[in-house]
Design a protein around this ligand. Structure first.
Ligand SMILES: Cc1cc2nc3c(=O)[nH]c(=O)nc-3n(C[C@H](O)[C@H](O)[C@H](O)COP(=O)(O)O)c2cc1C
Length: 204
């Protein structure tokens, strides 16, 4: 299969009173996936989108370690996820670890924005997945030490998140506890997070 063969479908139709690009409203984090292994070209396409993210000094501190479903190490990496993630991520087509380098390569100084930069890259990956009709669901629920061992992450790097990606599956095939959660989530109101002129501490 080629990337161009993938059926592009909008999963979510969130609404906004402002003219936000549809791609932001359509992306969400489903859990239902078919278990079909993702192909190398699809995984590289996702990382290619992430590669073009902006970063401080264009340092590109991100690294991506990926395992397709069924490949060597798959079971071991799955076992590092918390049970609540294993329950559905076992049906992912691949797991992609988002890793960032804590120091700049050019001078070994501490890179204060490495996590921020990796976050931008993950969002690019997520939007690319959504445009390809794929699920991309970020996870922080894992044993970080065990996952780093599994993936041979060097000491100088932080494992930020593991992304479950895959072909959209049927909600009915999810364990019952997850079926009712298989709906797009809402957001805080704009006036709770956007402050003209300076930060405003709102009454809780
Ligand atoms: C860094 C990060 C870590 C997350 N960790 C988990 C996780 O361990 N398990 C899970 O089910 N969802 C996880 N999520 C998914 C969030 O819960 C989800 O993105 C959020 O509820 C907003 O929903 P939406 O992505 O569908 O818009 C994570 C998301 C991010 C960005």
């Amino acid at each position: 299969m080629n990337v161009s063969d993938i059926n592009v479908t909008g999963h979510r139709q969130a609404t906004s009173g402002l003219s936000v690009h549809q791609q932001f409203l359509e992306r969400w984090s489903p859990r239902a996936m078919t278990g079909q292994s993702l192909q190398e070209v699809e995984l590289l396409t996702l990382v290619e989108a992430a590669r073009w993210a902006p970063s401080c000094f264009n340092a590109q501190p991100w690294r991506f370690a990926y395992l397709a479903n069924g490949s060597a190490g798959w079971q071991e990496l799955q076992a590092t996820l918390v049970p609540g993630n294993q329950a559905w991520a076992a049906q992912a087509g691949a797991l992609i670890a988002v890793i960032s380098r804590r120091e700049f390569e050019h001078n070994s100084a501490s890179a204060p924005t490495h996590a921020f930069d990796a976050g931008a890259a993950w969002m690019s990956l997520a939007l690319q997945a959504s445009a390809m009709g794929l699920v991309a669901h970020g996870m922080r629920g894992f044993d970080a030490e065990a996952a780093c061992r599994c993936l041979n992450v060097p000491e100088l790097y932080d494992l930020q998140a593991i992304i479950a990606v895959g072909y959209p599956g049927r909600v009915e095939d999810l364990a019952e506890a997850y079926q009712e959660r298989e709906v797009p989530s809402g957001r805080k109101a704009l006036d709770e997070i956007a402050f003209a002129g300076g930060f405003q501490q709102l009454a809780q």
